[in-house]
Design a protein around this ligand. Sequence first.
Ligand code: 5GP
Ligand code: ZN
Length: 141
Amino acid sequence: MDSDCIFCKIVRGEVPSTKVYEDGDVVAFMDIGPVVKGHTLVIPKLHYDPLMNVPEDLLQKLILVVQKIAMAQVSGLKADGVNVTQANGELAGQVVPHVHFHVIPRYKGDKHSWSCKADKYDTIEEMGGYASRINAAMREL
Ligand code: 5GP
Ligand code: ZN
């Protein structure tokens, strides 16, 4: 637990939140600034950050809750689609440094715009070079 972390405070009940789901390891609660109404955050109860530091068994539990929330947004909120996003590091847009998954219901005509501009590789070899570096690093993990 991190005494200054806003999400740890939510887990401890020191900051109010509207919970959707809770078990021994995981909490899901409504994001206070929804990108689209119904936007839910899924977090571990223990303070881990970033994603790369989360133990495997806990990550499995988290992603299964993410999947259930997404399913419930479709069946319960009649979402037409769902975005699952997750940021690691300030540069990547992370504001709260306690690992969390955003589960965002999407609707035809909702106000959320997804503006990712695709870059491109100069050559197929350049792309292969990135793939090799990732693959080699994975073998070291
Ligand atoms: P990040 O930008 O770190 O990926 O996302 C942090 C999210 O936490 C934001 O969407 C923000 O609205 C939400 N958030 C920040 N503080 C609080 C809070 O006190 N309560 C709740 N429910 N959500 C929060
Ligand atoms: Zn925390």
